[in-house]
Each structure stands twice: as structure tokens, then as C-alpha cells.
Design a protein. Structure first.
Length: 243
């Protein structure tokens, strides 16, 4: 995952904790500890996203958010101990793109970061067909083949495999996979994603105990190994396995 995220909080422990989770997920983190530092860093370094506490010394988070939103479209996630509906509405009214309350769940915060950054990306039209060695995924017909043999997948299994294929080489969290499979409002458990991955491996892997395609990324989730060849796009690209 690429991206630069500005984390603003007067509590150094909170900044350190959020930074730890974000850097583990592949982001570059810029810290700031008050509103003036936040404005200076945002204007000078132009981060891809800002995680902003409301209760800052001097210039508070509401003023920082309102000022920055008047200058750019950089997405802002409020991270604050203020939990009332009025506080949330205030944050959203001044331009915040999302709102997370303390104490926060690290997985939820990462999922919110991913979702907000995805919304900021220009719409991408995936190639109609992707190939990973002997694994072929047809995005239009929702078909998966292993060396030409059609594999029967459930809709959720196909959505998870398609998500991994479209971002091949990048680890997706379990929450991201469940979101892609069932939608933003789905509230599942880690075990749900693991069960779907287990079933996918049984259907597409030559040896599910030693996966060739879907590999586990400890403490993160899963990724599809290798880079895809968009075999139906006429690009003439050629896939090379990484094993």
C-alpha cells in the first residue's frame, strides 16, 4: 500500500500507536501535535490523507479541518474522544470525510483509511480477464478456470478472489475482503474471511496446504502472489510467476 498520511494528535502515545498500525500496512506517516503544525505539514508536504484529533491545543481540529478543506480536497478522518451525535455532525459539517471515536479499534481505523482513499481514486475499469499462471479470472462472465477447467465458486468466493486479483501483490486485510464480498455494511468476523479463503484454496490450489496463489500475510491478511497479465486487453503483456 502506498500513501502518505498525516496523523495529528496532542497525545504522543496516540500518534505513535496510529503510526505503528499505518506503517505496518505500508503507509508513510507524518506526525503533528497541534493545529499549527498540522496546517504547516499539510500545506508543505501534501499528504494523501489526514487523521485529525478534534481536541487540539491552540487551533482546534474543527478549525484545522475547515481551513484545509477550503484549500484542498485532501480527505480527513476525525479521530477523537468526543462521542456525541452533535460532535460527529459538527465534524462532518466542516468537511471531515469520516469520524472514528476513541478508544478505537485498529482494524476498523485501517478499514476506514482504505475506504476513504479508495473513494478518492479515479474510477478504474478492470481488464475483462486476468491470468496468473494457470489461474484465469474472467471479470465479465464471473468465471474462474484452472488450466482451462471451469471452477465453481460462490458469489462471495468470486468477489474475494477478484479483489485479490485486481490488487495482486498487495495484502488485503480480512475486513477489506469481507467488505468486497458482502458490502460496506457487513459486520463479520476474521473467521468468516478465513473460511472463504480456505474454501477458495481447496478449489484453485494444486496443494491447499502449500498455497501457490493465495498466500497468508501474517498480522495483515491475504494477497494473491505474482502480477497479472490482462490477457484480453490486447496489451501483449506476459505474466511471470514469482515462485
Amino acid at each position: 500500500m502506498e500513501g502518505v498520511i498525516l496523523v495529528v494528535d496532542d497525545d504522543h502515545k496516540t500518534v505513535d500507536l496510529v503510526s505503528l498500525y499505518l506503517t505496518r500496512d505500508g503507509y508513510t506517516v507524518l506526525p503533528a501535535y497541534d493545529g499549527e503544525q498540522a496546517l504547516l505539514a499539510a500545506r508543505r508536504l501534501k499528504p494523501d490523507l489526514i487523521i485529525l484529533d478534534l481536541m487540539l491545543p491552540g487551533l482546534d481540529g474543527t478549525a484545522v479541518c475547515q481551513t484545509l478543506k477550503g484549500e484542498s480536497q485532501t480527505p480527513i478522518i476525525m479521530l477523537t474522544a468526543r462521542r456525541t451525535d452533535d460532535d460527529k455532525l459538527l465534524g462532518l459539517e466542516v468537511g471531515a470525510d469520516d469520524y472514528v471515536t476513541k478508544p478505537f479499534n485498529a482494524r476498523e481505523l485501517l478499514a476506514r483509511v482504505h475506504a476513504v482513499l479508495r473513494r478518492m481514486e479515479p474510477a478504474r475499469i478492470p481488464p475483462p480477464e486476468l491470468q496468473f499462471g494457470g489461474l484465469t479470472i474472467n471479470m465479465v462472465q464471473h468465471e474462474v478456470r484452472i488450466r482451462g477447467r471451469l471452477v465453481s465458486l460462490t458469489p462471495a468466493e468470486f468477489n474475494i478472489l477478484a479483489a485479490l486479483a485486481q490488487e495482486a501483490g498487495r495484502a488485503l486485510t480480512r475486513d477489506e475482503l469481507l467488505e468486497r464480498a458482502f458490502g460496506l455494511d457487513y459486520e463479520g468476523f476474521d473467521r468468516t474471511a478465513d473460511v472463504h479463503i480456505m474454501r477458495l484454496r481447496r478449489k484453485i490450489e494444486p496443494d491447499p496446504a502449500q498455497p501457490r496463489y493465495i498466500v497468508t500475510v501474517p498480522a495483515v491478511g491475504y494477497r494473491l502472489r505474482g502480477a497479472a497479465c490482462a490477457i484480453a486487453c490486447g496489451s501483449g503483456c506476459c505474466w511471470r510467476p514469482s515462485w
